[in-house]
Design a protein around this ligand. Structure first.
Ligand code: A3P
Length: 320
């Protein structure tokens, strides 16, 4: 283990000084590793370690997403669905634990060595691009990946406002215009965003039985349908009795934006994926609405991002 850590430390020090870099929102610099943007802090060490050390099990479930696409909601829904026979709704762990702390975050593998000790089936999460997931995750025919995406305008606005809450005051401020330019040229945490989405989209076309592809907007429109589908995909379909007893509705209520934001844990707790940054739990919840970006972006910005979206998606068969 000592040797592994030393090797990764060396690799980390070398890469953060040699990789291409650009501006970041939460931390002032991002580095480009194999096409995707990471912060040069220990989370990147976690990614290197995860790629080197992590071994997928055939029963693993990976919840993958680019930041601000609905990760928190997906984690809550999946945790509640998978563990529905284990917990009562009145005393459910999600009432006292923020969804991020209900499962390991693989990109922070550096602080999550207990991943190996978890019983199967493991519920794991990652913001990394498909091509940067551990080889065993991509190659294991049986483990499952659930991916969520969201329209890029709402992702950008959600990400900008979230990041400004976390950016340390010692760094010079970044305007929304500047952040927007960065996003449009693909520079954003774990991005470029379109390449992130299309990487999972392509993988899902090749292995539809392995990857479930969800859209935030569609889930907001018809959450019952999508939670049912999620349960089927994960091999835990709801029985007729469960449906009649309203279990799906109970799960949706428990994981709803209003319920989660009303909890004491969402107002006071913090999540520290890595030692450098602690994220106040309240920061994960803002509005939870579809289309709020129109209240923040100018018509010119909307036109520009719509045009980029059209170009990026041309010929892919995918649409937001
Ligand atoms: P907004 O900033 O548009 O409100 P992530 O969890 O990937 O960081 O995404 C955060 C976005 O999901 C935020 O969007 C947040 O408000 C929204 N969100 C968080 N919890 C939610 C829930 N339970 N239901 C619906 N949306 C939720």
């Amino acid at each position: 283990e000592e040797n592994v850590n030393e090797k990764i430390n060396q690799q980390f020090e070398e890469l953060i000084t040699t990789l291409p870099s650009d501006k970041g929102l939460i931390v002032p610099t991002l580095i480009n590793y194999k096409g995707f943007w990471y912060p040069p802090i220990s989370i990147f060490k976690g990614v290197l370690l995860m790629q080197d050390q992590f071994k997928a099990r055939s029963t693993d479930i990976f919840l993958c997403s680019a930041p601000k696409t609905g990760t928190t909601w997906l984690k809550a829904l999946t945790f509640a669905t998978m563990n529905r026979s284990k917990f009562e709704f009145a005393t459910h762990p999600l009432l006292t634990t923020v969804p991020h702390n209900c499962m390991p975050y693989l990109d922070a593998y550096i602080t999550d060595h207990d991943v190996e000790a978890l019983p199967s089936p493991r519920l794991l999460s990652s913001h990394s691009a498909y091509s940067l997931l551990p080889k065993s995750t991509r190659e294991s025919p049986d483990c499952k990946i659930v991916y969520i995406c969201r329209n890029p305008k709402d992702v950008f606005v959600s990400d900008y406002l979230f990041s400004m809450k976390l950016r340390a005051p010692m760094f010079p401020p970044i305007s929304m215009e500047e952040a927007f330019d960065l996003f449009c040229k693909g520079v954003c945490l774990y991005g470029p965003y379109f390449e992130h989405v299309l990487g999972y989209w392509k993988a899902r076309l090749e292995s539809p039985e392995k990857i479930l592809f969800l859209k935030y907007e569609e889930m907001r429109r018809d959450p019952v349908k999508h939670v049912k589908h999620l349960a089927e995909f994960l091999g835990k379909p709801f029985s007729a009795e469960e449906e009649k007893a309203g279990v799906i509705e109970e799960i949706l209520k428990l994981c709803s934006f209003d319920k989660l934001t009303s909890l004491e844990v969402s107002k006071t707790g913090k999540v520290a994926f890595v030692p450098e940054i602690a994220i106040g739990n309240e920061t994960f919840y803002r509005k939870g609405k579809v289309g709020d970006s129109k209240n923040h972006l100018t018509p010119e910005m909307i036109e520009r991002l719509d045009k980029i979206t059209e170009e990026k998606l041309k010929g892919t068969g995918f649409a937001f």
